[in-house]
Design a protein around this ligand. Structure first.
Ligand SMILES: NC(=O)C1=CN([C@@H]2O[C@H](COP(=O)(O)OP(=O)(O)OC[C@H]3O[C@@H](n4cnc5c(N)ncnc54)[C@H](O)[C@@H]3O)[C@@H](O)[C@H]2O)C=CC1
Ligand SMILES: O=C(O)[C@@H]1CCC=N1
Length: 280
């Protein structure tokens, strides 16, 4: 499916790159339909242009001029300046898509001071390989058609769940941040593997395939995680030795707390932010 819309990304960071990479690789949007602008880093824009053959623009107002869709891909602390800069130049038909953690659609609408449709999204960096677990929700002025357009775009980079906006902070802590928890664990597994005598490459290959296998298995079975790890554990065996150590340190409690903190941080990013107090 090819989406025939012009898209401007305001922000050229890791998330914008992951989405652009997914859209281009899967030929969902032609590179000539994509324009990317950022705050000041020309070297980064040059890298994005060379790597993805998209258009780049150092002038943010010129960048949004012809856009059907404007993607806000800056950090929460920059959203006020970003919208203030463009708001007088946004036209009525332009669809605003936010990937920004924590910032509610109502705040974006208030900043814009217009009735432009706004869709809030939360992808993750697995977008780069077409495997993001994204969620999207509509703002007050978005139509079903707008939602369908954004759903189609984000389907190009993985799966899409349409959720209530009240669930977006949960999505952010669980799935937006989610890849980092696994990379963090893989880092520890690689260290342990090398301490136990495997080479760097052997560790990477074995652990990567283990993670892929776990993901595929979870997708294909209705068994619970407990049933699945019990399958691995033989009484008195190696897995039991490992899981006992994790249990002794209440690792599941810690992981639950960690994700709870991430969810809370997402709500804080929104509540700390008002158009007059935008220091979050
Ligand atoms: N990195 C991730 O895994 C995910 C990030 N997000 C969200 O995506 C957004 C961007 O995150 P990253 O790409 O990681 O950040 P980043 O720091 O890598 O990139 C931010 C980009 O925004 C640009 N920028 C700053 N102010 C601007 C302005 N006024 N106008 C235009 N561009 C401006 C910067 O020049 C930079 O290119 C954040 O709001 C984050 O919450 C959402 C899901 C996952
Ligand atoms: O860490 C963050 O704030 C962003 C949002 C989700 C993933 N990265």
């Amino acid at each position: 499916m090819n989406i025939n819309k012009t898209i401007t990304f305001l922000g050229a960071g890791s998330m914008a790159e992951a989405i652009i990479g997914g859209l281009i690789t899967r030929r969902i949007v032609s590179p000539r339909m994509i324009t990317v602008a950022n705050l000041q880093d020309q070297e980064r824009l040059d890298y994005i242009k060379t790597t993805y053959s998209v258009q780049t623009e150092s002038d943010r107002l010129r960048a949004i001029k012809e856009a059907d869709i404007i993607v806000l891909a800056m950090k929460p602390k920059n959203v006020h300046d970003a919208i203030s800069h463009i708001k007088e130049h946004v036209t009525g038909s332009q669809l605003i898509v936010s990937v920004i953690a924590g910032i509610p659609t109502a705040l974006i609408e208030e900043e814009l001071g217009s009735t432009n449709p706004v869709i809030r999204t939360m992808p993750n960096t697995s977008a780069k390989v077409g495997e993001s677990a994204s969620a999207i929700c509509p703002g007050a002025h978005a139509t079903d058609g707008d939602l369908l357009t954004v759903e189609a775009l984000f389907k190009a980079i993985g799966t899409v769940s349409v959720v209530e906006e009240a669930q977006m902070d949960a999505v952010t802590g669980v799935a937006g941040s989610g890849p980092a928890y696994f990379y963090y664990m893989v880092e520890a597994m690689e260290k342990a593997a090398q301490e136990a005598g495997l080479s760097e490459q052997q560790s990477r290959d074995l652990i990567t395939q283990t993670v892929v296998g776990v993901g595929k298995r979870l997708q294909q079975t209705s068994k619970t995680p407990k049933e699945l790890y019990k399958e691995v554990m033989s009484p008195g065996g190696t897995t039991e030795a490992g899981i006992s150590e994790l249990s002794a340190h209440a690792t599941q409690d810690i992981l639950q707390k960690a994700i709870g903190k991430a969810v809370k941080r997402s709500t804080e990013l929104g509540s700390a932010y008002t158009p007059t107090n935008h220091s979050s």
